[in-house]
Write a protein that binds this ligand. Structure first.
Ligand SMILES: O=C(O)CCC(=O)C(=O)O
Ligand SMILES: [Fe+2]
Length: 430
């Protein structure tokens, strides 16, 4: 059952996988691997904080150099809070290892970051430390320059930093993250319960569905579990066989490329790729590629009770650790949101092609629902009201994969050819 899936244990050897080995093959470059590590820590908290010591000598702790690199990447992304998190930990480790050169470099960044945060006492503290270190190296000129900047901080702070104040400046510095994370999205991803005004308050049911004894379902009815009846959000268990799953994966993987979110900008008449909102690979698989795939689509269309020819090809997705998709809608706006596809996407069907070890749920922040990947199962929901108006309450997201990997496949059904099955109603009835 969907409800029983709860995010639970601690991560294990993730940084080892993502940053050291997988990084080079699965990610275009180390910067993207660093982004994934930061994303996991920001969303899941301590359980995904690879700067923290772990039990059992796990290799899942970043080295000081890696922490420094990730902190630098955060600076490039203007993520001051993330940068401080990683730079402060790097500083501790460089201090412990007596690595003066690296420590000096880290302190330089820390001074800038603290100044940006408006924490001049910390900026002064780190400048004083730099003075000590350069002094020990005999670099008199640099010491003089740094003394000027220390004097500037002292002046602005209204005098000397008292010795006891200096001592109390601990590394337990907490900043307020500038990247906004929708709290419902975050809680749902962690497996916590979220109740909103749109959460189904009625008892939810599981039932077998044959679509009026349709030949494709009569002998093997769909096992449907309701998740939100008002939005037509359901889960269908055991829809795919092992063979079908392998076929979809194989057909897609030869065509994989980085998933994109492309929006059309009317002003510049250009398609713009949205960065930082999605990380996965996409391969499109068409019904006419294989008889088995065509049969699969017919079964899906029968469960949804829509026309099979209104559908797009399968969009097969593979997510690595940290792979995600921020909250979004599948429908488009405007007169002809999907040129050539026949109207809007009225329904989304998403197959899960494997069980994900940790993370990777599909969550619906506005209705307080989470769907946990289950091999061979699928979630489906309606995207528009019966009068064709897009429904903004079905905002949804793919939570970052914390452990393992995730394969899924979207199939979207469009308005045209479904005029009789989804008759246009005058009001915005669901
Ligand atoms: O992978 C998921 O759980 C959701 C993916 C999704 O929403 C999309 O690709 O539009
Ligand atoms: Fe989506």
């Amino acid at each position: 059952m969907q409800q029983s899936c709860v995010y639970h244990s601690t991560a294990e050897n993730i940084s080892e996988n993502i940053f050291r080995s997988v990084a080079f093959s699965k990610y275009d470059d180390l910067d993207l691997a660093a982004d994934a590590i930061v994303r996991l820590q920001e969303l899941y908290g301590d359980v995904a904080d690879f700067t923290l010591p772990r039990e059992n000598n796990s290799k899942d702790v970043l080295t000081a150099d890696e922490m420094f690199d990730i902190g630098s990447r955060c600076m490039d992304n203007n993520n001051t809070c993330g940068a401080l998190h990683y730079m402060l930990r790097a500083k501790e480790l460089f201090e412990a290892a007596n690595d003066v050169d690296s420590l000096i470099m880290t302190l330089e960044h820390l001074v800038d970051l603290m100044e940006q945060e408006g924490n001049l006492d910390y900026a002064l503290n780190y400048t004083l430390l730099q003075i000590e270190l350069y002094g020990s190296l005999g670099e008199k000129e640099t010491v003089e320059v740094l003394k000027d900047s220390a004097n500037h901080y002292k002046h602005v702070l209204g005098g000397e930093l008292k010795a006891e104040e200096k001592a109390t400046l601990s590394e337990a510095y907490h900043c307020v993250p500038s990247t906004y994370i929708d709290p419902n999205y975050q809680q749902l991803c962690k497996g916590e319960t979220v109740v909103t005004e749109h959460t189904d308050k009625k008892p939810l049911h599981c039932h077998l569905y044959t679509n009026n004894n349709h030949p494709l379902l009569r002998l093997s009815p769909a096992k449907i579990e309701e998740i939100n009846t008002a939005f037509g959000l359901n889960f269908a268990h055991d829809v795919l066989t092992e063979r079908e799953i392998e076929l979809l994966k194989q057909a897609a993987s030869s065509k994989f490329e980085a998933s994109k979110i492309v929006t059309y900008d009317k002003k510049t008449d250009n398609f713009i790729i949205q960065p930082q909102s999605r990380s996965s690979n996409t391969g499109w698989v068409f019904d006419d590629e294989n008889k088995v795939i065509r049969e699969m689509s017919k079964r899906v269309a029968t469960i949804l009770d829509v026309d099979v020819d209104s559908a797009e090809a399968y969009q097969v997705l593979s997510y690595g650790i940290g792979g995600f998709y921020t909250p979004h809608h599948d429908w488009g706006s405007g007169d002809d949101p999907f040129p050539g596809h026949g109207g809007n996407r009225i329904a989304t069907w998403i197959f899960y092609l494997n069980d994900v070890k940790e993370g990777g749920a599909t969550v619906f922040p506005r209705i307080g629902a989470a769907v946990w990947p289950e091999k061979g199962g699928a979630a489906f929901w309606r995207n528009v009201y019966y009068n064709g108006t897009p429904n903004s309450l079905n905002l949804h997201a793919a939570c970052p994969v914390l452990k393992g990997y995730k394969w899924a496949s979207n199939k979207w059904f469009h308005q045209h050819r479904n005029e009789f099955k989804w008759p246009c109603k005058l009001d915005s009835e669901l």
